[in-house]
Ligand binder design. Structure first.
Ligand code: SF4
Ligand code: SF4
Length: 116
């Protein structure tokens, strides 16, 4: 069975370009949406993303909407805890394909490590 994990040095979900996420206002509160938009930097990447190491510079303090955890996904997307694993894998696949491409090393690495 595939088990979701965040693959190191990926960072695809830190590409925040709102043009790729037209339904942000459906799952973010007005305050969160404001915060989200304030984080969009050059090329659509989060201003807190370190592109060299592909890491979050504020990981311990990252916003709620950056966290893959049951209570957050229940709130934002109405996903039950038992659905979280498959839903998170699907989100990562879509994001990695969109940002790096469907033949990217990042996608290969994700599939290998997650066990897809
Ligand atoms: S897209 Fe998935 S694997 Fe890549 S950084 Fe985000 S959570 Fe981690
Ligand atoms: S705050 Fe951190 S985890 Fe959230 S999008 Fe920005 S770099 Fe990624």
């Amino acid at each position: 069975m595939a088990t979701w994990l965040c693959v190191k040095q990926c960072g695809a979900c830190c590409h925040l370009d709102p043009a790729d996420r037209p339904d942000l206002d459906e799952y973010l509160s007005p305050e969160e949406l404001e915060l989200y938009l304030s984080m969009v930097g050059e090329g659509g990447w989060c201003i807190n993303f370190d592109p060299i190491n592909r890491e979050c510079r504020i990981y311990a303090k990252r916003p709620r909407f950056c966290r893959v955890q049951a209570d957050v996904f229940q709130d934002m997307y109405g996903i039950e805890a038992e659905e979280l694993n498959d839903f998170a894998i699907e989100c990562c696949l879509q994001q990695i394909e969109g940002v790096y491409g469907d033949r990217s090393l990042e996608l290969l690495r994700f599939n290998r490590e997650v066990g897809e």
